[in-house]
Design a protein around this ligand. Sequence first.
Ligand code: SOE
Length: 384
Amino acid sequence: MNTMNAAIIGAGFMGPTHTEALRRIGVHVRGILGVDPTESKKAAATLAIPQAYQDWQEVLDDPDVQVIHITTPNRLHYQMAKQGLQAGKHILCEKPLAMNARESGELVELAQKSGLVTGLNYNMRFYPLVMEARHKVSSGQTGEIHAIVGSYVQDWLLFPTDYNWRVLAQEGGATRAISDIGTHWLDMVQYITACKVTAVCADLKIVHPVRKRPKGEVETFSGKVQEVQATENVEITTEDCGTVLLRFDNGAKGHLWVSQVTAGRKNCLRFEISGAKQALYWNSETPNEMWIGSREKANDLLLKDPGLLSDTGRSAANYPGGHNEGYPDSFKQCFKAFYDYIAAGDLEAPRSFASFADGHHEILLCDAIYQSHTQGGWVEVEPS
Ligand code: SOE
């Protein structure tokens, strides 16, 4: 682990989050690149990172960097992942993998040919009880799955004065609530159940067709505490909320509700999975408990405690019962899986972190959802 050096690209919400998680697993963060040399310098000083890169080329040319973490706005992911692979670096990219399926498909091919390890940061897979849910389904305890429903709901974009690069289609992609948070949910439930979404029927809504953009950039989630002086009107074409009906490849039915404009829901992902023997319910705002529903006996409330978990659940739990693990820990566990995979050196081995192929599937899902919303009716998801 300590022979690996990482470079962080992006100094917004995710750059520092990745840096902290890497340090917790003993990976050396060698350098950081911000939007310009001034931001690189500031971030390097704040985070005590030795190298403040001048530009992207300097990162690619750095012989001491083996892994690049891409935490920039979405529109840069494709180009950076491609050039990073061409420079011989392993890539851990923030979601979504790219802006469209042409780009993400190309990245899957490049990754396969490269002999390097690539991954996507669907960190929410790595809550211990999410892993435990996967074990319950794969070990047959839950039984054949017939329904998968849930939501991912936030409130940080509730007001027209709330603004961030994510609201712009040219920065984040044609869909926003779906691609920014809906894909976390979609990735998670497909990972837990091993059921793939095959068709979607979507109905999305733009609550604020015009938002007030502060003159100067805004940190993600910081609208409530940041003092805004001057603003300008900006037209918004990406959805604030919406619902999607889902069909899965095993015949299961489902639905997803996403919203970034629901007052009081700070960052709340919920799923309820119904199987022939059990149902499972989990909420990211109380991530250390999972409800297990039964028909013939009393329901259970499983509290995260390594002593009560399967090997799969325990693989993502580092603290004893009652010592809560949460959002930053999910990054740590995701990166641990990624760096262990590099160290093991077997590119054919199954991986617990999301692959570029998983990321490509998520883009195809977003495309199908957008197409269903604009044309109406059910749309089949293109096979990945
Ligand atoms: C903003 O909506 C955001 O930061 C997402 O981009 C993340 O993926 C999610 O973890 C929290 O919310």
